[in-house]
Design a protein around this ligand. Structure first.
Ligand code: FDA
Length: 305
């Protein structure tokens, strides 16, 4: 049942017509629990509140199905606007983005040009940029893009997904770049030909890559809401005397808020991923796919409205 619901919401997340429609109607159906607002000003307010509580942030301007150059350029402008706001307001925030929004599916020349505009602005403002990892189809291209940019910029990182079979090989390949990586379980619907179908295998692989990256001495963001993975990391860093400035925990805005504060109070760096923008639909559907309790929460909200 849980798997059927997950597949259903992941299927909905890829629907272009619903994505377009949702944009016109504003944040609906409880999406405001997971999305900080539609404008940069609303996102800035949210970040200030989080920073005041001791939480650091990575901000994400939402955008799905970007398929023409004008849109990719506009997405780039929005990212630069966010970077300038971080600098101007002195926010404790990084930036996250999707390479497809910058033109990955269109041409290498376009995506590299847009990424360089973003990274140049980010460098000026002292902002670190993470390229999120999207579906398997884009994985190789995203890693190639990361490697190309990493040889020119030191303020860039990317994401590795534990559910993919190729992941350990990718980590070995990236090792010489000493990358700052966000490690996640993986959020997209992938076939068993490329990704572990069973959660227990994903969890094992997640632990394996957390250990690999930390013991290789590289900066590691462990992005999960799963206490088992958080406890595993805590034990590991203690056992191997890994300093607290070599890793951080990350969670999504609106999810396990109390746990975020607890970890921060325990002295761990806790970063919250804060999405904003009008294109909230696909992101919201992926969050619903992750957890039936999120669906129940949203259903309650719909009844109330
Ligand atoms: P999982 O979903 O396996 O849940 C394990 C346990 O965690 C649950 O049994 C429960 O105990 C607890 N839990 C989970 N959600 C909870 C909730 N809402 N409330 C209470 N308890 C909860 N993916 C991707 O493919 N590319 C990317 O670039 C990113 N980026 C990213 C950034 C950040 C900051 C985060 C946190 C996540 C991502 N992801 C991602 C998403 C990631 O791949 C994954 O889909 C989700 O984090 C869900 O997996 P978890 O590891 O959280 O645990």
């Amino acid at each position: 049942m849980e798997q059927t619901m997950r597949n259903f919401f992941l299927f909905l997340s890829k629907n272009r017509a619903l994505t377009k429609m949702a944009k016109q109607y504003g944040l609906r159906f409880g999406a405001g629990r997971f999305v900080a607002g539609e404008s940069i000003d609303q996102a800035v307010n949210t970040i200030k509140q989080l920073n005041e509580k001791g939480l650091v942030v990575t901000i994400d301007y939402l955008g799905e199905f970007v398929d023409n150059e004008a849109e990719a350029n506009e997405m780039t402008n929005q990212c630069i606007e966010a970077i300038r706001a971080i600098g101007r307001e002195k926010l404790q925030s990084q930036l996250s983005l999707k390479a497809t929004s910058m033109g990955l599916d269109m041409s290498e020349e376009l995506v590299v040009r847009n990424m360089k505009r973003i990274l140049d602005a980010a460098k000026e403002e002292g902002v670190f940029v993470t390229i999120d990892m999207e579906d398997y189809e884009r994985c190789e291209k995203t890693l190639q893009l990361f490697k190309k940019l990493k040889s020119e910029y030191d303020n860039i990182g990317t994401v590795i997904q534990a559910y993919l079979y190729r992941t350990v090989e990718d980590m070995n390949d990236l090792d010489s770049y000493a990358p700052n990586l966000r490690l996640v379980k993986g959020a997209y619907k992938e076939p068993a030909t490329v990704a572990f179908p069973n959660k227990v295998d994903v969890d094992e692989n997640f632990k394996r890559i957390i250990k690999m990256h930390l013991l290789n001495g590289h900066y590691t963001a462990i992005a999960t809401h799963d206490d088992a993975m958080i406890e595993y990391t805590k034990r590991l860093v203690e056992e191997h005397d890994i300093p607290r400035d070599q890793f951080e925990f990350q969670m999504l805005y609106g999810i396990r808020v109390e746990r975020q504060l607890e970890l921060s109070k325990e002295g761990y760096k806790m970063r919250v991923y804060v999405p904003y923008g009008t294109d909230w639909y696909g992101y919201f559907m992926r969050r619903l796919a992750e957890r039936p309790a999120n669906v129940a929460f949203v259903a309650k909200g719909m009844v109330r409205k």
